[in-house]
Design a protein around this ligand. Structure first.
Ligand SMILES: [Zn+2]
Length: 214
């Protein structure tokens, strides 16, 4: 029953997911020039990430706000952007998808020691912005139940409840004004200090074998 209602929700959201988009700029072939402009939608990000979730929506909206500061014409140059992300599997996927950042090319790394969701920098002029959700926007129950799920203490019924709460929150985010939901701050003299770590926990697969409650 819950699965059906989620499909229904997904259908309702489909139009919003297509409407929420960003214009990006890349090179046009393996040795090409910077002329490849295209639009990527939140729905594209859902396919890349694997599911629609509140973290994906928060990441997409919040990072977009920071990128608008770096690129006032709203065309994101994915050959000129590097980013640090918190370790959330949802946030990190948005980070690399929207900016083109990759660790192996010194344009992406993950750190939970930053006090923001993202710190993003233009490579050519070193302008740097940090972004995070304003306190109180996200219902605290999402993190408290989420933390229980991460340690295997949330039963199937609890997982379903958390799913519903997250969906309600992400719908709220989709219709709210992103400018008012996020703190975006310029960081001066930011030091890019990449490090490689492969011990972060992919929290969105921890409960993958827990049966649905109904
Ligand atoms: Zn996710």
């Amino acid at each position: 029953m819950f699965a059906i209602s989620f499909v229904h929700l997904r259908t309702i959201l489909q139009e919003w997911l297509q409407l929420l988009n960003q214009t990006i700029l890349d090179t046009d072939f393996s040795k090409g020039r910077l002329v490849q402009q295209q639009t990527i939608t939140l729905d594209d990000a859902v396919k890349f990430h694997g599911h629609l979730c509140d973290g994906l929506v928060v990441g997409f909206l919040g990072l977009s706000e920071a990128l608008f500061k770096l690129y006032p014409d709203s065309i994101i140059d994915r050959t000129n952007t590097r980013i640090i992300s918190k370790s959330s599997p949802c946030l990190t996927d948005i980070a690399i998808y929207l900016t083109g950042g990759r660790y192996q090319f010194n344009t992406f790394y993950v750190s939970d020691s930053i006090s923001y969701a993202y710190i993003v920098q233009r490579i050519d002029n070193r302008k740097t912005y940090a972004v995070k959700l304003k306190p109180g926007i996200k219902p605290s129950v999402i993190d408290s139940l989420g933390n229980l799920a991460n340690i295997g203490k949330l039963d199937a019924c609890g997982i379903d409840s958390l799913h519903k709460i997250e969906n309600k929150f992400l719908q709220h985010m989709l219709v709210s004004h992103a400018q008012q939901a996020f703190i975006v701050e310029e960081i001066t003299n930011f030091i890019w200090n990449p490090h490689l770590q492969n011990t972060f926990i992919k929290t969105d697969v921890l409960n993958k074998f827990k049966m649905e409650y109904n």
